[in-house]
Write a protein that binds this ligand. Sequence first.
Ligand code: IFM
Length: 407
Amino acid sequence: MDSKNVFPKGFLWGAATASYQVEGGIYNCDWAQAAAEGKVPVCGDACDHYNRYQEDFDIAKSLGHNAHRFSVEWARIEPREGEFDTEAIEHYRTVLRALHERGIEPIVTLWHWTLPIWLYEGGGVERKDFSKLFARYASHVVAELSDLCTQFSTINEPGVFVTHGYLYGCRPPFKGVRILGIDIEKDYGEKTSARIGRFSHIVSFFRVQRNLIKAHNSAYDAIKEIAPFVQVSVVKHVRFFVGNWNPFNKLLAVVAQYFQSGHFLRGVVNKLDVIGLNYYKSTHFGGTEVFDMTDIGWKVTPWEIYDALKYLERYKKPILITEAGIADARDKDRAEYIRKQVAGVARALEEGVDVRGHFYWSLLDNYEWDDGFEMKFGLVEINYETQERTIRPSAYVYKDLIVHYSK
Ligand code: IFM
């Protein structure tokens, strides 16, 4: 390990989760409905984190984490349009207190993809008034929680939400795009028969893209009006694109980077205190290099988190790495992956990039959306039959890095 410590004092170290993927018992959202209709895998009890969060936070603390990112579930908080559930809010207040009791700083994501049924059936993100509905929900949550948490992210990975739901059509609302009889699909194959491929869905795709930008901006204003002291971020998945020596490939990389990340960020950059970076993969145009693959089929290039951070530097905002991780059921590559990833972050810090925290995805194995429970991203393995938690060896490697860099 490098002896020079470039990580600033107060750097946040931890892991992330998302409500639907870990809590269990959520049946009034679009994904639960899609599962009941056989369109996506059933989530059911997931990791039962809704009831076992104390045990899970004890584990996080034992692993040296001083911060934790999680999301609150819109369907629990606003189960009917305009009706806010006080018990759900009280639950999340208890969760926040449990983190504070362990000296763990929380960061809350307001919306990590799942929509309450009333909203989904009423048109979802395509609705004209989506941004108003989201801003009302976001400001309600912040009003209720901001005495216990001062870091809120509005939307998780807006780009992934819109491409999977409205281009590939493998996730709710399954609106795939078909052009001249050809389906635009996810690069590793379509997994659902629920997909409806139509040319007209291209209109929905652009409408949702626009509405997500509007929703973030409206939520930012609504939050700042009631709690100007909180830090508001958006969580952006940045896929790093690189072209080889060929000028055409270089140009392709610039254009792809703009459409994958730049377009959305340009739309929200004036209403952002912090940028959340989710980094998982890169695309090499024209390269011949062969890379190892993770269980989910993504190239193993953890060091390129450095390039993603350098790319985000242009927005001149502090950056939190809100997710970065590997699907690795046998835990054979995770330790090395984390080491290289953290080295990439250190390199960016050394060059002056303002990185404030690093959250590994994920604390626990969990429901990986249309891939169900097969993919294992967790520092902690979950036995879904017994709900037994087992800390993976790589989690201790992450702990050693945290201890080393927190000195
Ligand atoms: O599990 C997801 C998470 O919900 C959003 N970011 C990527 C993760 C791994 O695919």
